[in-house]
Ligand binder design. Structure first.
Ligand code: NAD
Length: 420
């Protein structure tokens, strides 16, 4: 198991702390802070599901809309045993600043169900999804709040949500979710968008720091959607991925892991376990491998006060949301590690979700290269904007990104004014 943050490390408190730092740096008025800091709506729902054995099990689910100031709420749905309302509030808050950093017309939202899909059958997951979708129905819609995949949710789950919503309306509404299968109005390039966005921000960072990508050593914690695709693209750019992990195992090969084969192995077996030409190491050893680029791509609070001292990398690219705690941030800063903050680094996912929603709304679909080109433009522009604040204001990259995101939402709320 990974070292965990202290029990009192609460992702929502981290989100609030980072907001305060940005609001202070921007010298935001108290009135504006009061309007943009906290979630607009929090819905807790009971999700009873008939299990395969005939018993009814009650799950708990959430949908949080942190902000609709700049557009409909936007954010994924997580199925995981550790989902709590505070975690969903934190993730929704980060979505608000993230959409503002990449300047797309969305606010921030997030959903989750406290469950372990790995122990459920496909039928149970479908029934859970349809019941949860029905329960959050009053909040979602293409103009209101648009869910997407997150940890352990898939395009198939998005298809069930789209179907449930559409059946209540009486006509198909593909724009109610993003990350759908292509044949239901999904976008080409959405599946790999987060990893691709991570890749572009890593390239920009290497350029700024004068680190050649060729032969740069890469370590990926969490070899799922975001992590494996970032690894694959970096591998294609001739970087050397020396370490990777999933929830069960961490593996290492100092000459580089064969990433295409590792992806196939994970698809086939569901884990990195049993991959030849690699040695097993502990999750702690993985994080402390000497490398140029470390990509935490699993969950929150994995780089914490207790292990930040052991990190030996030039760049931390936060593919995951909230992997580095504020205490660890300070330690990494002191060590001179360059951090690409989550709300910039993993914003490729929501950016292509936005492209998907635009295509659904106009019923006109783009080819994959068009999506990649647009994504590259958005990620590189956003990176440069954050980097400029980092240099001009002499603040770290996390604060710079939060200043950009919070500043844009503050500007929007001031223009809209207070209703009534
Ligand atoms: P995923 O379910 O595809 O992958 C998660 C991976 O992390 C799995 O391989 C799992 O085995 C691994 N993992 C879980 N616990 C772990 C642990 N303790 N140690 C090491 N590995 C562990 O999920 P994903 O979509 O790739 O999401 C990963 C992170 O990226 C999350 O923080 C998510 O919020 C963030 N993110 C994802 C997207 C997206 O579009 N998928 C967008 C933005 C941010």
């Amino acid at each position: 198991m990974l070292p965990t943050a202290t029990p009192e490390t609460n992702a929502y408190e981290v989100a609030l702390e980072n907001f305060d730092l940005a609001a202070n740096a921007l010298e935001l008025e108290e009135n504006v802070r009061a309007m943009i800091k906290y979630p607009e709506r929090i819905l807790c729902v009971s999700v009873p599901v008939r299990m395969d054995n005939g018993h009814i099990f009650r799950y708990e689910g959430y949908r949080v809309q942190h902000s609709t100031t700049r557009g409909p709420a936007k954010g994924g749905i997580r199925y995981h045993p550790n989902v709590t309302v505070d975690e969903v509030k934190a993730l929704a808050t980060w979505m608000t600043w993230k959409c503002a950093v990449v300047n797309i017309p969305f606010g921030g939202g997030k959903g989750g169900v406290t469950c372990n899909p790995k122990e459920m059958s496909i039928g149970e997951i479908e029934r859970l999804t349809r019941r949860y979708a029905s329960a959050i129905l009053p909040l979602i819609g293409p103009e209101q709040d648009i869910p997407a995949p997150d940890v352990y949710t898939t395009p198939q789950i998005m298809a069930w949500i789209m179907d449930t919503y559409s059946m209540t309306k009486g006509y198909p509404v593909p724009g109610v979710v993003t990350g759908k299968p292509i044949c239901l109005g999904g976008s080409l390039g959405r599946n790999e968008a987060t990893g691709r966005g991570v890749f572009y921000t890593v390239l920009s960072s290497c350029e700024q720091l004068g680190i050649p990508v060729k032969e740069a050593r890469v370590v990926v914690q969490g070899f799922g959607n975001a992590g494996s695709i970032a690894a694959h693209l970096l591998d294609s750019a001739q970087a050397v991925v020396i370490g990777a992990s999933d929830s069960r195992i961490a593996i290492y090969n100092r000459h580089g892991l064969d990433i295409p084969k590792l992806i196939t192995h994970k698809e086939r077996t569901g884990s990195l376990k049993g991959f030849p030409a690699a040695e097993e190491i502990t999750p702690e050893e993985l994080l402390s491998l000497e490398c140029e680029i470390l990509i935490p791509a699993a969950l929150e609070n994995t780089i914490i006060e207790a292990n930040a001292h052991t990190i030996r990398t030039r760049i931390v690219a936060e593919a995951a949301n909230g992997p580095v705690t504020p205490e660890a941030d300070r330690i990494l800063d002191r060590k001179g590690v360059f951090l690409i903050p989550d709300i910039l680094c993993n914003a490729g996912g929501v950016t292509v979700s936005y492209f998907e929603w635009v295509q659904d709304e106009q019923h006109l679909f783009w080819d994959a290269q068009d999506v990649y080109n647009r994504l590259e433009r958005v990620m590189k522009t956003s990176f440069n904007e954050v980097f400029k604040i980092h240099v001009d204001h002499k603040v770290n990259m996390r604060l710079a990104a939060n200043m950009l995101g919070v500043g844009r939402v503050a500007e929007a709320v001031k223009l809209r004014g207070l209703y009534p």
